[in-house]
Design a protein around this ligand. Structure first.
Ligand code: NAD
Length: 320
């Protein structure tokens, strides 16, 4: 690609293709940061669902602080993909996690988006190398992997594919930072990136335990929310274990617990997702939700995440 059309800090018009849980969350995030957003999603009720998602997120975003000029009125829902990306200065794709669909939609986005505009995919685990195959200008395509909800959880993992040019990766990383995200730029493609690879390890173990009747959904969730989860906002898994080694730190931790690595604590092969396991997980989550609707849970989660973020800012401020 010759030149990028707009500097990352000057991009104002964002197109979001696919507006479900993640695409809608991106829309809410970009609106709150003062961008003009055009969205497209082929579902018949897409606009109603999208506006409802943005409305539900807005109190949390308002509490966090809206950017100058931020308004829900800056959202346009386009009738076609082409119309959505026509004037875009950055495109975020969030269609369902299906490789054929991603290849097809990304090629259509690439064909309709002005030259010199970076296109990013929310994929949870596909490499850009396998997704960009049908694109005419694959050099501008990157992965920008968010976390749910993208309007609150800061992290975005950015990585290119074999045919992505480094300047596109750098452009996207700078853009996301300007847009208020915390960016990890990866040098090479790793299945699941960093955080999903870690999350999936826990998820597979959780499914094994439910399938084997070793723990209930509720026990598994409590084991994290009342246990290691409390440490993770402040210390990642590595520094957490550095402290587990006492004065000896990580060196003692590894010498002491190293042999346990070989203990049969984990069964990282995925379990068979049988109908029975599926039913157990669904019933377990319904019971753990205690009658709260998805909307109730989302609102409670958002309030909780903000409270944790505020507490973390305070803790970090007092430790400076
Ligand atoms: N849900 C998560 O926690 C999460 C987290 C990070 C990344 N992701 C990734 O984000 C992407 C979207 O996932 P989601 O959870 O929002 O799914 P979702 O099912 O909530 O939303 C997908 C949306 O895409 C729309 N869609 C279907 N076909 C389309 C097409 N051809 N063009 C445009 N839109 C189309 C659907 O109507 C739907 O609104 C996936 O790649 C997923 O892996 C999801």
């Amino acid at each position: 690609m010759n030149e990028y059309r707009t500097a990352p800090a000057e991009a104002r018009r964002i197109a979001c293709i696919g507006a479900g849980v993640i695409g809608g969350g991106w829309v809410a995030h970009f609106l709150a940061r003062g961008y003009e957003v055009t969205a497209w999603d082929p579902a018949s009720d897409a606009e109603t669902a999208l506006r409802a998602l943005v409305d539900a997120a807005w109190p949390a975003l308002t509490r966090l602080g809206l950017a100058d000029g931020a308004s829900r009125d800056n959202l346009t829902v386009a009738a076609t993909l082409q119309e959505a990306v026509r004037h875009a200065e950055f495109v975020q794709e969030s269609v369902p996690e299906d490789l054929e669909l991603k290849r097809d939609v990304l090629a259509r986005i690439d064909a309709a988006t002005p030259a010199g505009v970076v296109v990013s995919s929310s994929t949870s685990g596909y490499g850009m190398t396998e997704m960009q195959q049908r694109c005419a200008t694959p050099e501008r395509l990157v992965v920008g992997h968010p976390f749910n909800p993208p309007y609150l959880v800061p992290l975005v993992e950015v990585v290119g594919g074999e045919r992505t040019e480094q300047r596109a990766v750098a452009w996207a990383a700078e853009f996301f930072e300007v847009a208020g995200k915390q960016v990890i730029t990866m040098d090479r493609e790793v299945p699941g990136f960093i955080a999903n690879r870690l999350q999936e390890a826990i998820w597979r173990e959780a499914l094994h335990m439910v399938a084997e009747g070793e723990a209930t959904v509720e026990q598994i969730d409590t084991s994290i929310t009342q246990g290691p989860g409390l440490r993770w906002p402040l210390l990642g898994p590595c520094l957490t274990f550095h402290l587990a080694g006492g004065q000896g730190g990580m060196a003692h931790m590894l010498d002491h617990f190293g042999p346990s690595l070989k203990s049969p604590w984990t069964r990282l092969e995925a379990p068979d997702l049988t109908d029975e396991l599926r039913d157990q997980m669904v019933a377990g989550c319904e019971s753990a939700a205690q009658g709260r609707s998805i909307e109730d849970l989302v609102a409670a989660r958002d309030q909780g995440i903000i409270a944790v973020m505020e507490a973390m800012n305070e803790v970090r401020g007092s430790q400076r």
